[in-house]
Design a protein around this ligand. Structure first.
Ligand code: TPP
Ligand code: MG
Length: 361
């Protein structure tokens, strides 16, 4: 089995080999129910992800960035956090959002265009807004971490980021500030091999986790398709941050099985054989193989999760598609506290035009 190209170099922290055989200590401090819940979340998340791609193809979502293959990196990270900890996501972390208790229907309002602002409450869920401008959420995450520390609150902030995003100035500024201020945060890079059509090798000449040394913080490279390893590594980083030990940079090696988003045709720049090879490193098959061998999972339970996932995806679909378009006037709401006259005129003209259109020819 040839691992994806961007996994070359330093061996990552790994507990389970790709076939599920333990190569490290599988006791990560979770009881059997906790261990099973990691698998259940991954099964639910993958099913929902596929439903979302279908919903976009059927015109029910405008665009959707899938995360198939990255379930372990996201579920393992989210599960390692305490209830008051906060996540600042990119645009690809629906699996992490589920684990943190975000309502997927509300989350997907964003992709349906129902509500272009914050479709769920970041404060109630501890999950920041979906962030499309690449890397801009990372300074926010570090600022949040510094703020909670100044307030004396026991909160650790996780900032997710992609491999491509590590080329942005925002990444450098955030990582540097986090280390200088010993901010209680964990920066999790999901290195999925691609930034749209740019492979990691064309993005960065070194290994991403090694940059941590230059900033003056610990860096860890973990097998991001090994949910137990991700859980352990993130857990350790969260505990260090909580003790006042400052930030950690984690590079989670994973693979983007799907296209960048439903607006992308990956076959134009990526060899489909690469994807087939990467499937041998599937995070769910690896983990359920180990759970079963360790006596924590039987076929009936796995089948029950799959049925639950069907019902779950069906419920999300039903609740989503019954959601009509937002009122036209919302385009102009929450822009200005005191709208200038030019803006008011624009609003009136636009609403009149939209009204005519809605009335038909
Ligand atoms: C500042 C900015 N530049 C460019 C884009 C267009 N864009 C969207 S996602 C993306 C690639 C991101 O790659 P990576 O950080 O590896 O995350 P992934 O998509 O693999 O999850 C780009 C260039 C953007 N959204 N924001
Ligand atoms: Mg990427």
């Amino acid at each position: 089995m040839q691992p994806p190209e961007h996994w070359r170099g330093t061996e990552p922290v790994r507990i389970l080999a790709p076939d599920g055989t333990p190569v490290g200590e599988p006791d990560v401090g979770l009881d059997p129910e906790g261990l099973r819940s990691l698998a259940r979340w991954m099964v639910l998340a993958r099913r929902l992800d596929r439903e979302c791609v279908a919903l976009q193809r059927q015109g029910e979502l405008t665009v959707y960035p899938g995360f198939e293959g990255q379930e372990a990196a996201q579920v393992g990270t989210a599960a390692a956090l305490g209830p008051d900890d906060v996540v600042f996501p990119t645009f690809r972390e629906l699996a992490a959002a589920l684990v943190r208790g975000v309502d997927p229907v509300r989350y997907l309002w964003y992709h349906r265009g129902t509500w272009h602002g914050g479709p769920y409450d970041p404060r109630a869920t501890g999950f920041g807004p979906i962030c499309v401008p690449v890397a801009t959420q990372l300074p926010h995450a570090v600022g949040h971490a510094i703020g909670t520390a100044l307030d004396g609150r026991d909160v650790v902030t996780v900032g997710f980021i992609g491999d491509g995003a590590t080329s942005e100035g925002d990444f450098h500024e955030a990582a540097n500030l986090a280390a200088v201020r010993r901010a209680p945060c964990v920066l999790v890079v999901q290195n999925n091999g691609w930034a749209i059509s740019v492979p990691t090798a064309a993005q960065t000449a070194g290994e991403i986790w090694r940059r941590a040394d230059g900033y003056g913080m610990p860096g860890v490279r973990v097998d991001g398709n090994d949910v137990l390893a991700v859980y352990r590594v993130v857990r350790e980083a969260v505990e260090r941050a909580r003790r006042g030990g400052g930030p950690t940079l984690i590079e989670a090696l994973t693979y983007r099985i799907g296209a960048h988003s439903t607006a992308d045709d990956a076959a134009r720049y990526r060899d489909p054989e690469e994807v087939e090879r990467a499937r041998a490193f599937d995070p769910i098959a690896r983990y359920t193989a180990w759970l079963t061998a360790a006596g924590h999972l039987d076929e009936a339970t796995l089948a029950a999760w799959e049925q639950e996932a069907e019902r779950f995806a069906g419920r999300v679909r039903a609740e989503l598609v019954e959601q009509g378009p937002p009122p036209d006037a919302w385009l102009f709401e929450w822009v200005y506290a005191a709208p200038p006259a030019t803006f008011e005129r624009e609003r009136e003209a636009a609403l009149a035009a939209l009204g005519d259109e809605a009335a038909g020819p």
